[in-house]
Write a protein that binds this ligand. Structure first.
Ligand SMILES: Nc1ncnc2c1ncn2[C@@H]1O[C@H](COP(=O)(O)OP(=O)(O)O)[C@@H](O)[C@H]1O
Ligand SMILES: [Mg+2]
Length: 302
């Protein structure tokens, strides 16, 4: 059973770079690692100058990469629901449902759910084959809620399944139901099983770690504090922080000198106000991250 690491944080702070450097450090320590990106822009494909997409691709010895495209997953998710409903609903009801499914397919909530389902599927299917699975994005609080309420979720799923069973037996009595295997019951049962399994894997602090990336500035600190608190209410502990893009401290220029003083003040705030086991501090490099420059960052995670 491998460890699962989620990198959280706002856009641009360095999640993709840091998760890649982290994964490289594990791989180079001889640990078999899978790096998963869910960010269609600025992804690990750009970093490694190769096309990865949703096929697992070997990047170097012990390191494999994979990219999940939320839009594509979301479309596949809706189409699957559409197909399943199509086989059991009348054409008239289906016409209305199609409109609703079209609306759902462009809603952010659907993207989140589809992505979350895909992440869970990946964890369930591959975590036994890897020492580490590193995600460059964390699921949102909205989707994590699903994991934090297993009893409620179980009861809710069970009641949906029971309702469906009742409808089916009613239909059967009226001679309308020819098929005993019901796709809706199958979907609900599978989803319940997967969520229960995912919770078992994820709530266990031994297996799952959240790492937050931030910059030493006022707003990111406030946001990280909120996120850490929110995750705690779901029994998920943030173990480590990465403070990325730390300024050099040898500047003679007044502007940068005063920036540096402020940054040091914010670093203190981070240390004092966000309770974690470990804080990685990564300097701001001269260059953007690519397949060569990322090696500079790797050493900070070794
Ligand atoms: N320590 C660093 N020094 C210099 N540039 C960095 C550093 N970390 C990240 N970057 C650059 O900042 C930009 C955003 O980083 P990225 O990892 O894509 O962030 P995110 O995934 O959080 O959106 C990229 O251009 C990346 O090359
Ligand atoms: Mg990214």
């Amino acid at each position: 059973m491998g460890k699962i690491i989620f990198f959280g944080g706002k856009g641009g702070v360095g999640k993709t770079s840091c998760s890649t450097a982290f994964a490289l450090s594990k791989a180079r320590n001889g640990l078999k690692t899978l790096l998963v990106s869910t960010d269609p822009a600025h992804s690990i494909s750009d970093l490694f100058h190769c096309k990865i997409q949703d096929k697992m691709t070997q990047l170097e010895s012990n390191l494999f990469g994979m990219e999940i495209n939320p839009q594509k997953e979301s479309n596949a998710y809706i189409e699957k629901i559409r197909r399943n409903l199509h086989s059991i609903m009348s054409p008239i009801i289906m016409e209305e449902l199609n409109k609703q499914l079209d609306a759902a397919s462009v809603s952010p909530g659907t993207h989140e759910s589809a992505l979350f389902d895909k992440m869970i599927e990946l964890i369930i299917n591959t975590s036994k084959d890897f020492d580490y699975i590193v995600f460059d994005t964390a699921p949102t609080g909205h989707t994590l809620r699903l994991l934090s309420l297993p009893e409620m979720l179980g009861t809710w799923m069970d009641s949906l399944i029971n309702k469906r069973r009742k409808t089916l037996s009613l239909k059967k009595m009226m001679g309308k139901n020819k098929d005993d295997k019901d796709p809706i019951i199958e979907i609900l049962s599978k989803r319940k099983k997967n969520l229960t399994l995912a919770r078992e894997i994820m709530i266990d602090g031994e297996n799952l770690q959240f790492i937050f990336v931030l910059n030493a500035e006022k707003m990111p600190i406030e946001e990280t504090k909120k996120a850490v608190k929110m995750l705690k209410t779901y029994d998920i502990i943030v173990n480590s922080l990465v403070v990325n893009k730390i300024l050099p401290d040898n500047s003679s220029d007044d502007f940068w000198k005063s920036k540096k003083v402020k940054e040091e003040k914010y670093l203190k705030v981070i240390q004092e106000e966000i309770p974690v086991n470990k804080i990685y501090k990564i300097p701001l490099f001269k260059f953007d991250m690519d397949e060569y420059t990322i090696n500079e960052m790797v050493q900070y995670f070794l």
